[in-house]
Every structure is written in C-alpha cells, then in structure tokens.
Design a binder for this molecule. Structure first.
Ligand code: ASP
Length: 450
C-alpha cells in the first residue's frame, strides 16, 4: 500500500494531470493520493496559493475581490476544459472560492489559513472526480473526515498524536482516496495549515497513519542531487539516503522536501521515495532507515552561507573549569542560538548564523568576553559558509577526512575549521564564502568523479 503525494508543479495543468493519472492508474497499490494546490505552469505564472494570499489581502483591505476570485476559479476551470470532461464539482469549487469573501474578518485567527487551504482542498475535489471519470473509483476526503487533527497554531500547525488512529481507519476504503495536503483541523473544527510547502507533511502523516509500505513524493526533479546543480554541472541524483543523512543534508541547505515532513514517516518507519512526475521511470531517491546495499562513504555534499564565528583564545583554557558554560551563558542572556562549537586546547569557536547577531549584540559579546571571561583574544569572523560531506558509511571507512582535506588543499582552499560530530554522519568544513563553490567542486570531484 502506497501513499502518493504530488507537488504543485505536477498539478499545474491538464497535461500534468494526465501524467499524474498515468502514474496513479499504473499501480494498484497507489491507494492514497495527497495533492498540493496547482503550481506554476510557466516561470512567470502564479501559484494558486499565492493568488489566494492576494485574494485574502484584498478582502481584508475592503478592496474589490472579483478579479482574484475569477482568476482562481478559472485556474480549475481551464484544467477541466482541457481535460475534456464535465465536472460536477466545478460549481461547488467556484462557490467555495467566492464564499471565502463572506467569512468574518474580526476575531478570526484562522481566516488566512482557511483562504490558503482552499487551494489544495478544491484541487483534491477536482482530481478525485477526474480519476473517477477515467474509470478509477476515487473519493475526495476532507482532512476532518480523514482525522488530521492539529494544534491551533495558524500557519504552523502540528499534528496531534490522536490523529493516527483515525487515519488508520482509511485503510478500509475500497476506492482510491484523494486527500488535500497542507492543512488539518483543530479540535474546534477550524482549518489550520502547516507551514508553507506543507503538503509534504500531510503525505508523511497519512503514510504513517495508514502504515503504508512506501511514501512516494512526486516532484519535478529526478530525486535529490548529490550536490547543488547550480554549482556542479549535472550532478548525479542520490539512489539511497538514510533519514539521518537526509536530516544532515537538509540542515545544510538541501530542500527538496519540507523539513518537517521527514518526522512522521521516520517515526512510522515508512520508507520514502522522491520521484519525478515528468520522468516516472527514473528510480528517484529512496530515503530509508538503514542502507540496503554497498554505498559510497559519502552520499552528498551540502553547503549553506551566512555564518559567523566567534573565535576566542585564552592561555590554559583547557584547565579552566566552567569556561565553556560561562561563554554560552553570555549568548543565552542575549537570546542567541548557536550551531557548532569546534574547540582546540586554548581556543574555542562558536559558529552561528549571522541572522542571530546585531551590531549591539556583537559589541556586548566582545565586551563580556574581555571583561567577564578575561580572554586573551576575541574576534568575530564574518562571511563564512559551512560545507558538509554526509554519509553514514564514513564511520567504517578510513581516510575520508584525509581525502577531503587533500582535495581542498590542492585547490588552495583555506579551511577555517573542521568539525565532526560523534555520530560520524557528517564532517563539516567552514570556509570563506568566496571559496565555497570551488570547495564544493573539489569535494565532488574527490568523492564522486575521481
Ligand atoms: N500550496 C502550499 C504552498 O504553496 C503547500 C504546498 O504546496 O505544499 O505553500
């Protein structure tokens, strides 16, 4: 039994919907289909979700909303027309879109979410009808009926654990169930969305709830690339990656899947595959609990910018009990969250995201380091990037760090720091941002080309 989720670009036009239909009908185990709202048809098109945001703003500002309403309704109507079927739900879809502009504005914390959710909700109705028209008995299921109960946090809903028992009941359905992604309902029955891009989360929740054998996430790329295609010319896509590896890659900038989407599937021990609607024959990338075959020690190389490092030196630092705690306490008092802390004998660096600092906070940190901790030297280094090489097999392979540092030194890249966590799932290098691309190329060549 598979849960199959399609992203907005897979559902943007009639042509895309036909591909989706072919994918679903070609495998009888695809029993649960989770859909996004229609995405962009061309680069300068508007996503239905973004059009709903505009519509919401106009409504709240008391402006004329008719143009926005018609544009959104026409997006669905155009698909129906092109697919060449008479849709019974189209009238209800149009009504739903228009009725949004009758909802109370005052004291309605869920109004924005209710507008946004209409994108996926109506798409699911239309797609269920289209599948049935094509001869595959299908049924639209609202998240309330599915049992997707969430916390009352508008724009950032979290699933409530009681949901899973309700969702399991869906296994009994005879038809293919089409479920809108991106939102659930609160205990009081209000519509509440996950964060943006959150249809992936719904798919993962349904997969965990129905105890699926596989969660298929269809997008518009052949899976996850081993490095950024903007830096490496035609990088290969990763065949298999573990949840732990994926977490590390996502941390450092890999964003094919919504961050929060991994958790329900991971906890439910459901394997996940990322596939391409436009190239469904391609095996895509599998995200698994444990590697199944022989893997290279490194599966991917990720990078992220806008880091700074607070570098501190103090003679005999290693013998000073409580030094690290006091330093972190300074950051805590200023409400600063930090990311990494590589240490030497008498040196310590705290790497954090530049967005955590302001000029006033920087001055305060340096002042306190000098006065309260009496350090010999304290400085803040800017424009740093982190590069992570990720792979669970690294811990059983010798020489990975040596290969990486040799590759970097051959290209004259100056390493500001190296850090490896105890889990050995990744090794992190800190370089100056201007050397980031060259460093990624050096590492890619060393691990995947040579
Ligand atoms: N349509 C929503 C968004 O654009 C959710 C999604 O597509 O996953 O954020």
């Amino acid at each position: 039994m598979k849960v199959t989720k399609f992203g907005g670009s897979s559902l943007a036009s009639a042509m895309q919907l036909e591909k989706v239909w072919n994918i679903v009908q070609s495998d009888v185990t695809r029993r649960f289909v989770v859909v996004s709202a229609p995405g962009k048809r061309t680069a300068d098109d508007t996503k239905v979700t973004d059009a709903l945001i505009k519509y919401y703003r106009e409504y709240c500002d008391g402006q004329d909303v008719s143009e926005s309403q018609e544009w959104i309704i026409n997006r669905y109507q155009a698909m129906v027309d092109e697919l060449g079927f008479t849709s019974k739900s189209m009238a209800k879809i149009a009504q739903h879109i228009r009725d949004l502009a009758t909802l109370p504005i005052e004291d309605n914390a869920f109004l924005y979410d209710t507008f946004l959710a209409a994108g996926e909700d109506n798409n699911a109705k239309l797609i269920a009808e289209y599948f049935s028209y094509k001869g595959l008995p299908s049924r639209y299921v609202h998240p309330k009926e599915a049992g997707i109960f969430v916390t009352a946090d508008p724009g950032n809903a979290q699933i409530l654990p009681i949901s899973y028992d309700h969702i399991e009941e869906l296994r009994k359905a005879e038809e293919v169930l089409v479920i809108p992604g991106f939102f659930g309902v609160t205990r009081e029955g209000q519509i509440c969305t996950f964060s943006r891009g959150g249809s992936d989360i719904t798919g993962s929740i349904i997969a965990a709830g129905v105890k699926a054998d596989l969660y298929e996430n269809f997008t518009d790329v052949d899976g996850i690339f081993a490095a950024h295609p903007g830096i490496i010319h035609h990088p290969h896509s990763i065949k298999e990656v573990t949840y732990r590896e994926m977490r590390e890659l996502a941390y450092a900038g890999f964003s094919v899947l919504h961050d929060e989407a991994l958790l329900p599937a991971y906890r439910g021990r459901i394997p996940l595959v990322i596939k391409n609607t436009n190239n469904p024959e391609h095996p895509g990338t599998r995200i698994v609990l444990e590697h199944t075959g022989d893997n290279l020690p490194v599966v991917g190389i990720a990078a992220d910018d806008d880091f700074v490092s607070i570098n501190v030196s103090k003679y005999l630092m290693n013998r000073e009990v409580g030094f690290g705690r006091k330093l972190l306490h300074i950051l805590e008092e200023l409400n600063i969250s930090w990311e990494h802390m590589p240490t030497g004998i008498d040196d310590l660096s705290v790497v954090l995201r530049a967005s955590e600092l302001t000029p006033i906070k920087e001055e305060e940190i340096l002042r306190q380091l000098n006065h309260r901790l009496e350090v010999d030297r304290a400085e803040i280094e800017y424009n740093l990037s982190i590069i992570m090489i990720v792979g669970e097999r690294m811990k059983s392979s010798i020489g990975v760090a040596a290969t990486a540092t040799a590759a970097l030194s051959q290209r004259n890249i100056n390493l500001a720091m190296i850090s490896q966590g105890a889990s050995e799932v990744s090794v992190m290098f800190v370089v100056r941002t201007e050397e980031r691309n060259e460093a990624i190329r050096a590492l890619y060549d060393a691990f995947f080309v040579n």
